[in-house]
Design a binder for this molecule. Structure first.
Ligand code: UD1
Ligand code: CA
Length: 457
């Protein structure tokens, strides 16, 4: 295999982003643009990866935090050629260098593998594509008779007729290291932008009798760059549509692939169904036959087989067992474990609690810092009072307990196995097993009482 170095250019200002954040740290599908490019670079198993950074300073290496990357600082941004020049001391004498751009995040591994394969005999190969709207990109100038590549002309330096050319420079290329070492130091900045253009190396190579070849991406969206927030939003939709279509191919029923957002990793079993407008963040695992209703948000969640999440539920850092029902409108907060066949219904909030097998809290409750046994029924409006203003306390509800509606359980408290709690009770002490416990004043009726009435004057 050919000796491969990779350089990612990521020092540019990104003025059109209108942001104080470095461009390459803007987030696409849940991770920074640069992280997308790095993932692709790592998949190619190069000998080394250099990242040229500059604008935004140390924020970029700090955000990425990977010790194997060679971080090369470009103190002033004098152009793409000047950026690559900074890496010269780190590039091998032998083999080739793949140049990637930190703001071109959707490039695919197999496209780059084809590009590198073409460069296998130490050739100079550009990744080019034809665009209907080539605006803003460098144009590929070919010899009209032979079709061979002669040069790249930047949009700002192009003549009227050159602007008509639809074949563009994606900015991604493979160069023999010997060629970089020989020609890069000779670049000049005599152009409309006063920059050292990496693209000028093409004409220099051609002049020296070196042939420049080209390869092409499968989809032209792979090489779209992010130069503004509008581009970022457009690429986000492309990335999401791709992700959704891959899941559809694996057999996941996504009701509308244009209305789903996956900002991390979504791992699905067989026969999973996902309704519209759901957001998945971090690592989400859905077992066989899981159904996710419309408008749910799931972040770092594992859901076992046969469970249904009904619409408008928000679930974070939780583990949900088999054949559970959650929602509609449930909020499951971090540290929650729902055992198999449990039900959490509408307007129920569960935090840092475990709910035993077959237990139910179907309506309007807050369950926090609680351990709930099996086959427990939590009546509507039940609340664990877990916070005394300074500390959190635990509520333990043992197996087969029935908690009547609108009960307050003042923690720390233990409701023993088989207890029944009368509706409307405030429970401040542990209850005995298998008995009815209630704490409420007796119901009275006042004879002769009249409702107040407004005087008619
Ligand atoms: C560049 C190419 C153009 C190509 C386009 C594809 C040149 C001269 N032009 O133009 O032919 O069609 O990409 O998207 O190469 N960067 C640095 N240091 C610098 C300048 C840029 O690291 O001094 C980095 C940027 O962070 C960015 C990449 O290089 O990741 C491209 O720079 P940019 O200014 O966006 O170049 P374009 O004008 O888009
Ligand atoms: Ca660009």
């Amino acid at each position: 295999m050919i000796n491969l170095n990779i350089v990612i250019l990521a020092a540019g200002i990104g003025k059109r982003m209108q942001s104080s954040q470095p461009k390459v740290l803007h987030v696409l599908a849940g991770k920074p643009l640069l992280e997308h490019v790095l993932d692709v670079a790592r998949a190619l198993l190069p000998k080394k990866i250099c990242v040229v950074y500059g604008h935004g300073g140390e924020r970029v290496p700090r955000a990425i935090n990977d010790n194997e990357i060679i971080w090369v600082k470009q103190e002033v941004q004098l152009g793409t050629g000047h950026a690559l020049l900074q890496t010269l001391p780190y590039l091998d004498a032998e083999g080739v260098t793949l140049v990637l751009l930190g703001d071109v995040p959707l490039i695919k591994v197999d496209t780059l593998e084809r590009l590198i394969a073409k460069a296998a005999k130490n050739n100079f190969v550009l990744l080019t594509t034809e665009l209907d709207a080539p605006f803003g990109y460098g144009r590929i100038i070919r010899n009209q008779a032979t079709g061979t590549i002669q040069a790249i002309v930047e949009e700002k330096d192009a003549s009227e007729s050159q602007l008509e050319i639809r074949e563009i420079n994606t900015g991604i290329m493979v160069l023999p290291n010997s060629l970089i070492h020989e020609f890069l130091p000779k670049l000049q900045n005599k152009n409309s932008q006063g920059e050292y253009y990496l693209t000028d190396i093409v004409a220099m190579a051609v002049e020296a009798g070196i042939e420049v070849d080209s390869a092409h991406p499968v989809h032209s969206w792979e090489v779209l760059g992010v130069n503004s927030k509008a581009h970022l939003a457009k690429l986000e939709r492309i990335a999401q549509y791709e992700h959704a279509n891959n899941l559809l191919k694996q057999g996941v029923m996504i009701l509308d692939p244009s209305r789903i957002d996956i900002r991390g990793q979504l791992i699905c079993g067989n026969n999973v169904e996902i309704d519209i407008n759901c957001i998945f963040e971090g690592i989400v695992q859905l077992g066989d036959d899981v159904k996710i209703g419309a408008h749910c948000i799931l972040r770092d969640v594992a859901i076992s087989s046969g469970t249904t999440i009904f619409p408008f539920s928000l679930i974070e850092s939780a583990e949900i067992g088999k054949s559970c029902h959650v929602g509609p409108y449930s909020r499951i907060r971090p540290g929650t474990r729902l055992s198999d066949e449990s039900h959490i219904g509408n307007f129920v909030e569960v935090k840092n609690s475990s709910i035993g097998m077959g237990s139910k809290a179907n309506h309007l409750s807050y369950i926090g810092d609680a351990i709930i046994g099996t086959k427990v029924n939590i009546g509507a409006g039940t609340i664990t009072c877990n916070y005394d203003g300074a500390f959190k306390h635990q509520t333990i509800i043992e197996d087969d307990v029935f908690v009547g509606s609108a009960t307050q359980l003042v923690a720390p408290v233990r409701v023993a196995r088989g207890s029944t709690i009368g509706a409307g009770s405030t429970i401040t002490r542990n209850t005995p097993e298998d008995q009815l416990t209630l704490s409420r004043s007796k119901q009275i009726s006042i004879t002769g009482w009249k409702r107040p009435q407004k005087n008619k004057t």
